[in-house]
Design a protein around this ligand. Structure first.
Ligand code: GDP
Ligand code: MG
Length: 370
């Protein structure tokens, strides 16, 4: 049944909650401002106070939130978003760190950078590249599960001394399922026991044919440890991105995905999001999952406060009322009432789903005990 709290009903009418409770009392209904009233009662009260009521189906709450149609002319080129995947210990973290360091050395980043779960670098060819810096698989799958395609290119790291392993294959499957092109980075080539050729032939089993074997998959031999060929890797990523002709409309309300979120002692809820279309601005009202807020501060990957963030830019948002979840999709909405309505709707849905799961568990238990 559709319900609303007395407080929320008052908010939506811009009336005082006490006036609503007083009216309810006149109708013989005793309610505190935190109590729920049903939709019919709410409508009665609203009309009594001279408001026009538009009843919206619950399922329509999220309508138009994402993927509004866009004209081709509005689209502008945007940087690629890259996720590094591969077997454990093959060097994903080392490679991400090394790439970030390259840019620090090149003088494009302001010294020691703070970690926000994603960062942007400039390739030697001049184009920007965004790296998602969170544990590859988890973030990738979480975002995909929520229907957001948040990665344009997967860099598949394979250690030359270890070869193709189960998680290498898993990563290939993930990328395939998402329809994302793979660039193979053969890592640890500094090691004496490195066997680059074996990596290439192993990959054939997974229908991944690298260029040097006559295939179309781009490959780069790297050493994250010694910093070998990192610029080449960035160039190859940019070339792959150019083939993809990635575009987004920067001139519209922002949409994006939450990369990670936490409750910071001093700063409150902090969410790192990847803006995917539109431009996110300070002061915007945002919803992500069952949380919402007004963007108080935006912090870029250099730890600097910025007024706005366009497509493919990772940015930290301060101002959420609670921490959303990694993988949640983010949208800017027109006002607080709508944000609250969506967040409440999703909270209710979550609660109902949890209740349904609990019921299943209890009935399962009963079966076992009977
Ligand atoms: P991850 O689990 O894929 O993130 O792998 P890490 O980046 O944590 O690396 C695992 C180990 O391999 C660490 O001890 C790294 O120092 C080492 N390592 C990573 N890249 C290289 C490399 O290019 N050469 C050598 N010799 N060691 C590397
Ligand atoms: Mg790691």
């Amino acid at each position: 049944p559709e319900t609303i709290t007395v407080q929320e009903l008052a908010n939506r009418m811009s009336e005082r909650a006490v006036d609503v409770t007083r009216l309810l009392m006149k109708q013989g209904v005793m309610k505190k401002i935190t109590d729920l009233v049903d939709a019919d009662t709410a409508q009665l009260i609203a009309e009594e106070l001279g408001h026009t009521v538009r009843r919206v189906a619950e399922s329509d709450v999220e309508e138009g939130l994402f993927d509004a149609p866009e004209s081709e002319d509005a689209l502008k080129p945007r940087p690629p978003v890259v996720t590094i995947m591969g077997h454990v210990d093959h060097g994903k973290t080392s490679l991400l760190d090394a790439i970030r360091h390259t840019n620090v050395v090149r003088g494009e980043a302001g010294g020691i950078t703070q970690h926000i779960g994603a960062y942007q670098v400039t390739s030697p060819l001049g184009g920007k590249i965004t790296f998602i810096d969170t544990p590859g698989h988890a973030a990738f799958t979480a975002m995909r599960a929520r229907g957001a395609k948040s990665t344009d290119i997967v860099v598949l790291v394979v250690a030359a001394d270890d070869g193709v392993k189960p998680q290498t294959a898993e990563a290939v499957n993930h990328a395939r399922a998402a329809g994302v092109p793979i660039i193979v980075a053969i890592n640890k080539i500094d090691k004496p026991e490195a066997n680059i050729q074996r990596v290439r032939t192993d990959l054939l089993q997974y229908e991944l044919q690298v260029e040097s074997l006559g295939g179309e998959t781009l490959e780069v031999e790297v050493s994250a440890k010694e910093g070998t060929n990192l610029d080449k890797l960035l160039e190859v990523i940019q070339l792959q991105a150019e083939i993809l002709e990635l575009k987004a409309n920067p001139d519209r309300p922002a949409e994006g995905s939450v990369i990670e979120a936490k409750l910071d002692r001093g700063r409150g809820p902090v969410a790192t999001v990847l803006v995917q279309r539109g431009t996110l601005r300070q002061g915007d009202i945002v919803v992500a999952g069952s949380e919402w807020g007004r963007v108080r501060v935006l912090v870029n990957d250099q730890g600097e406060t910025v007024p706005e963030a366009g497509p493919s830019t990772p940015v930290e948002i301060l101002g959420f009322n609670g921490a959303p979840e990694a993988g949640d999709r983010l949208a800017v909405v027109e006002n607080e009432a709508r944000a609250r309505e969506i967040a409440e709707y999703r909270t209710r849905q979550k609660r109902e789903q949890a209740a349904a799961r609990a019921t299943v568990r209890v009935s399962g238990l009963e079966e076992m005990m009977s």
